[in-house]
Design a protein around this ligand. Structure first.
Ligand code: SME
Length: 155
């Protein structure tokens, strides 16, 4: 297991290309989901300097805050609510270029401007979501979706 994160300088895609194998190596060496989520949140946040990176886990029919990096966040999100609850309901990634244009967006932080939420599945069922917030508009695109879905799969 890599003991220290190696961060590339370069384009977003180059960073993901270097980061994702490191994430896989870390995750493969540990069976505890929460420990892995904690390290994944850290590695993504360290590499990209997002505003907030973390997980919500499906717990007794509701999303409950899990490991994260960044400021204080709301703890519970219902299915279909906010970007996280929408990604859970749709069982697919949701990219929000401008949170003010997303009806029902849950503003845990007023500084968050754009967001991506990627479901984490086990046996085809959503067990958690990976949520990333940016202070800038239009931060996330198909490149983020592709690599973050790979990260979600590795969990
Ligand atoms: N904005 C999210 C809520 C979680 S925070 O961003 C950490 C949403 O609308 O689901």
């Amino acid at each position: 297991m890599a003991e220290e994160l190696k961060i590339t300088v370069g384009s977003k895609e180059e960073k993901y290309r270097e980061l994702v194998p490191q994430i896989k190596a870390v995750v493969e060496g540990e069976t505890d989901l929460i420990a892995n989520m904690a390290n994944v949140a850290s590695m993504l946040q360290e590499t990209f300097g997002f505003w907030w990176t973390g997980f919500y886990r499906v717990t007794e029919g509701i999303l409950v805050l899990g490991p994260f990096q960044g400021p204080l966040a709301c703890t519970r999100i219902k299915k279909g609510k906010g970007v996280c609850g929408t990604a859970w309901e749709r069982e697919g990634t949701v990219i929000v270029p401008d949170v003010e244009q997303f009806p029902g967006h849950i503003a845990c932080s007023s500084l968050s401007r754009s967001e991506i939420v990627v479901p984490v599945k086990r046996n085809g069922e959503v067990i958690a979501v990976l949520d990333i917030d940016s202070k800038d508009l239009n931060t996330f695109d198909e490149i983020d979706k592709k690599y973050l879905e790979e990260v979600a799969k590795a969990l």
